[in-house]
Design a protein around this ligand. Structure first.
Ligand SMILES: Cc1cc2nc3c(=O)[nH]c(=O)nc-3n(C[C@H](O)[C@H](O)[C@H](O)COP(=O)(O)O)c2cc1C
Length: 384
């Protein structure tokens, strides 16, 4: 069977944005940053991705303007102190005509405690003071603190809008704060924001979406990224059934989500027995919002296997045929290419031209340099 990727090179209307094709650069931290301020090199890299063909840029996870969001100086933040630096990044992307969302993020109970940074004395806050594996870290946020964090998301979204970003992606995946709300293991609250019922666990993330929507109006794109898997546990789940998934999506959609980014490590893996739909395919089936799929496009091993020591190889035409097949089945509207873009910012254009052999492959060294990995370290901490 010949490889026909042309359907993926058709435009897509995402709210007010006309995307030239279906390819997305997903949030990926590069650590090109000083004291929370992105360095020009980050903007140049995003611009190269747009010039290389990608249809939508989502920035790396950017900590929201709150003392508890992160303490790590080489993770970008959005705040009055960093807004100008971000404006420079936006200008680069816009100079190439790229639509752009900023990924808004808060570490929750994964935050490092102590240190001597400006926020060292501030407590680490999360739903129940629990990181994965029921490991205590920090404490449960009070309702007042939750409101504060929500306002920080809103403030951050407004700062992004002010400098010309087209929308935000609320990061509720991979085990960070908003995922800690969605995940029953880390959310044991009994005040209507947690516990066994997904309707309670999604309440705070949905309130954040609704508050951003109310502050930014209908034209500002709001994406929502979620995942079943965590960096520390690949087999766990936020929702156990399609019914639960639908409940979660309906609440988020009503709150104002424009696009769901269903994060998987491999886009082709079925989510539940009895169907070959992945989590993106299920999301697409259960909501009328567009869906971004992701996970090892063009690569034989997933991001975590990469981080824990193996090198990825190209799956060549075969993997891309499966991508085209699933897209043709209507399982997703947009597809993220992560590591592929780190390896080669021109990957989208080269695939279009059928120049697969010219694509520079991703290597671990591209992000890790000479750093060696230990088990269980957050991957957002490992770009370089
Ligand atoms: C170096 C690196 C940094 C990442 N940082 C983020 C991040 O900031 N936010 C996020 O949501 N995902 C992050 N991810 C996950 C990617 O967005 C993506 O989901 C993952 O790499 C799978 O896509 P791929 O198989 O095409 O690489 C990161 C991945 C890599 C490789």
């Amino acid at each position: 069977m010949t490889l026909d990727l042309s359907p993926l090179y058709t435009p897509f209307q995402l709210g007010p944005l006309t995307l030239p094709n279906r390819f997305v650069l997903p949030g990926m931290q590069r650590q090109w940053c000083e004291d929370g301020m992105p360095l020009p090199k980050l903007g140049e890299y995003y611009r190269r991705c747009v010039e290389g063909g990608v249809g939508l840029v989502i920035t790396e996870s950017c900590a929201v303007d709150h003392a508890s969001s992160t303490q790590v100086p080489f993770f970008t933040r959005i705040s009055p102190a960093t807004q100008d630096a971000w404006a420079g990044i936006v200008a680069e992307v816009k100079s190439a005509g790229g639509p752009m969302l900023m990924q808004l993020w808060h570490e929750g109970a994964i935050r490092q405690e102590g240190g001597d940074g400006p926020w060292a004395a501030y407590p680490t806050l999360s739903p129940s003071g629990l990181a994965h594996g029921a490991r205590p870290n920090g404490r449960a946020a009070t309702l007042e603190e939750l409101d504060d964090i929500k306002q920080a998301f809103v403030r951050s979204a407004l700062m992004a809008r002010e400098i010309g970003v087209d929308g935000v992606e609320v990061h509720a995946a991979h085990g960070y704060l908003l995922d800690q709300f969605l995940w029953a293991e880390t959310n044991r609250r009994d005040d209507g924001y947690g516990g066994d019922d997904i309707r309670d666990r999604v309440r705070f993330p949905a309130e954040i979406v609704a508050a951003i929507r109310a502050a930014t109006g209908p034209e500002f794109v709001i994406g929502f990224r979620f995942s079943q898997w965590k960096e520390v546990n690949f087999n766990t789940r936020v929702v156990d059934t399609a019914d639960e998934l639908k409940t979660m999506l309906d609440i988020l959609r009503a709150a104002g989500v424009d696009v769901f980014h269903a994060s998987a490590r491999r886009f082709w893996l079925p989510e539940w027995d009895g169907s070959d739909l992945g989590i993106a395919g299920w999301t697409r089936r259960l909501t009328d919002r567009p869906v971004i799929a992701v996970g090892s496009v063009g690569l034989d091993i997933d991001v975590m296997e990469n981080f824990f020591g193996q090198e990825a190889k190209s799956t060549g035409e075969e993997g891309l045929r499966e991508l085209a097949r699933r897209f043709g089945n209507g399982e997703f509207d947009l597809i993220s290419v992560g590591r592929g873009h780190i390896g080669d910012q021109g990957i989208v254009g080269k695939m279009r031209e059928g120049r697969l052999g010219d694509i520079r492959g991703f290597t671990r060294k591209d992000v890790l340099g000479d750093l060696e990995l230990e088990g269980g370290i957050q991957f957002e901490a490992h770009a370089s």
